[in-house]
Design a protein around this ligand. Sequence first.
Ligand code: LLP
Length: 418
Amino acid sequence: MHYFRYKGKKLYCEDTPLETLTGKFGTPLYVYSHRAIIEHFEELKKAFSLVDPLICYSVKANSNLAILKTLIKQGAGLDIVSGGELFRAEKAGCVYKKIVYASVGKTSQEIEYALKKKIFMFNAESLSELQRINDIAAKHNKKAAVSIRVNPDVDSKTHKYITTGRKETKFGVPLPEAERIILSRANLPFVEIKGLHIHIGSQITSEKPFVRAINKILNLLGRLKQKNIRLEYFNIGGGFGIVYNREKPKTASALAKAIVPLLRKTRMKIILEPGRFIVGNAGVLLTKVLYLKKSLNNKLFIITDAAMNDLLRPSLYGAYHNILPVVKRRSISALPLADIVGPVCESGDFLGKNRRLYCQPGDLLAVMSAGAYGFSMASNYNSRCKPAEVIVKGDKYFLVGRRQSYKDLISKEIMVDV
Ligand code: LLP
């Protein structure tokens, strides 16, 4: 996390001490580095420059409007999965012709919304969805641009919950069925099948699953070519892994080196949908230590004001996030191992386990690599307000998400005396 570094004893984001931000905006607080977001985007763009892809940032990773706007300004399109994300894309100023829309369960209203806005294309995930898109397009006398999301049945060797390219998962259409659909496309007169889409999982650290999946697509393309069918677009999804701890993900250039030759063979226009790669290591979650306590078996708990509702990944996936002091204290020998836990009423509420961290109540901690699937998966569980969000640009900083208030928590409820 290049843009989060100690200068002396203090942890900085770019040229801004994190302590300054918590002083101003309180905790828990998400902080994002503007420079890191742009650099990660540019790194991918450069690595894949030989195929000059359209990079559609995956909104679900971090859907803050200011982040979307930053990436749109860099030339990114957006990958969306709901009407809500389409609304965000619109508000952030994304041109509709750069929006691709995946999801196994698009509702009729969502399809209608996207169709009216003339998005670039739907990534359709089943025949019944294609039929629904066809019917809705017919009703509006429009032709819907679609790619077929193929399930290539490859194991991306990542956490079970975020593996999406194996045949056991709900995602995409099996290869043979995709072929049948494309061959019988005349049955879908209001749909134009423009391409193929895959997304085989997230936090993938090896190039091999991508190579395997793309080779399967190349076989399909070969068969289609024999029948004189050529498709224009190939969307290889996202999933590019980042460093959280000791994993060694392929760099963008190593990944590109392995797969760009295959992509060129397709002779199709290429789309990428990275999420985590761009924002994961561009953000941290800052939290304050509330209390220290020991259990009967001498386990030390560091209780913080951030919890699983703010950052769900450790609880949901057992994900590792490095946790660092915002201001280093003088190191002492023989630190006990501690669990860093939040105030939520679940034993599964933790940010880190068995860490060596010397701290006292009132100290600030930074949960690292929290830019992706952090705030976007936050909830109000235990009626906790969602944190504020800040973007840092050099020594300047901008509040880009206000902390929720108690009023926000109940703003949609109707107190009927039933
Ligand atoms: N495209 C599609 C169709 C997707 O479903 C996803 C993520 C992406 C692109 C972006 O994937 P990325 O480049 O970020 O790996 N909550 C989990 C990750 C879930 C990913 C869901 N789909 C986590 O915190 O690890």
